[in-house]
Design a protein around this ligand. Structure first.
Ligand SMILES: Nc1ncnc2c1ncn2[C@@H]1O[C@H](COP(=O)(O)OP(=O)(O)OP(=O)(O)O)[C@@H](O)[C@H]1O
Ligand SMILES: [Mg+2]
Length: 286
């Protein structure tokens, strides 16, 4: 496996436009059901919002493959603890609090990786972690946690739910969850709102880590957009299915964004998790 910065050169043909212009802003709160710049304040006071969040028990769905605090020695706990150690080390070298988890194509393990990484970090004392489902197209994290999809991010951005209803605390843990929210037709338009950047810029005031689950890079511009306004990006590849061509195009689409490294997710019947590996980025070696 090559490192992210060492991809072979090839023809780059993105299958989707990689950015979209921000929607025009008009006076007033909403335009065509989408919140405009005036719909939310510019300072959120997240620590105070967290004190008002609802709590929900940790109740993972069967077959969700989530790591279990009560069975810490079971795979894939070990692999995610190792990934956590590497990320925590990188955090000592650079300002690193908001991390996008994405991949080139569908079903490569983005949600599995984002959720387990968030869980692994949240197992450390005094380490507040948010897992945010920014896959507004096909969100799954609420299913893994057996919680409601809405109210969530889209409801907040539409001005239809306050943040304290959208962020949920997992009882007795350092983990907070922000589901995707109700289905919408125009995720890219919503993600382009100024409120997204305001929210993302403030997350570090409450959370040491925020992990963003996102749609595949080569199928929409959403992950690329979020990656441009967060501190770093982890690229998941699935051993046996991700091709060099797709990962090359994915890395190229991330352009100047800070790719922290590549997770090689090698789930196969009979050898689940056994090839779970993490590759250092150039920044870490510096
Ligand atoms: N290492 C693994 N071990 C066991 N199961 C895994 C592993 N990685 C992924 N899976 C399973 O594979 C399926 C697809 O994974 P996941 O939903 O994380 O992919 P995704 O990249 O988020 O997909 P999408 O593009 O649809 O959002 C899920 O059922 C997940 O539990
Ligand atoms: Mg997913």
């Amino acid at each position: 496996m090559r490192r992210a910065g060492q991809m072979p050169e090839g023809e780059i043909v993105p299958s989707a436009p990689l950015s979209a212009p921000p929607p025009p802003v008009e006076n007033g709160r909403f335009r065509n059901g989408v919140a405009t710049a005036e719909a939310h304040p510019t300072s959120l006071n997240l620590p105070s919002i967290l004190s008002k969040c609802e709590e929900h028990p940790f109740n993972p769905a069967p077959e969700s493959h989530l790591i279990d605090l009560h069975r810490p020695m079971e795979t894939p706990s070990e692999e995610f603890r190792s990934l956590r150690t590497k990320l925590n080390y990188m955090q000592t070298l650079q300002s690193l609090h908001t991390v996008v988890v994405t991949s080139a194509s569908p079903a490569e393990g983005k949600s599995f990786t984002a959720m387990n990484l968030a869980l692994a970090e949240s197992h450390l004392a005094d380490n507040l972690v948010l897992i945010a489902d920014f896959d507004l197209r096909r969100p799954t994290l609420h299913n893994l946690l057996q919680l409601d999809r809405s109210p969530g991010i889209s409801d907040y951005l539409l001005g239809e739910a306050p943040l304290e209803k959208v962020i949920k605390r997992i009882s007795g843990s350092n983990l907070y969850f922000m589901p995707a929210g109700k289905a919408i037709k125009n995720p890219l338009e919503l993600l382009n709102l100024r409120e997204v950047k305001v929210l993302l810029d403030e997350l570090h005031t409450a959370f040491n880590w925020t992990f963003f689950d996102t749609p595949p890079l080569l199928f929409s511009a959403d992950a690329n957009l979020i990656s441009a306004v967060t501190d770093g990006t982890i690229l998941v590849v699935r051993i046996g299915s991700t091709t060099i061509d797709t990962i090359t195009r994915a890395v190229q689409s991330l352009n100047e964004n800070n790719v922290l490294g590549v997770v090689a997710n090698g789930a196969r019947a009979g050898e689940l998790y056994s090839k779970y590996t993490y590759y250092y980025s150039k920044k870490e070696e510096a």
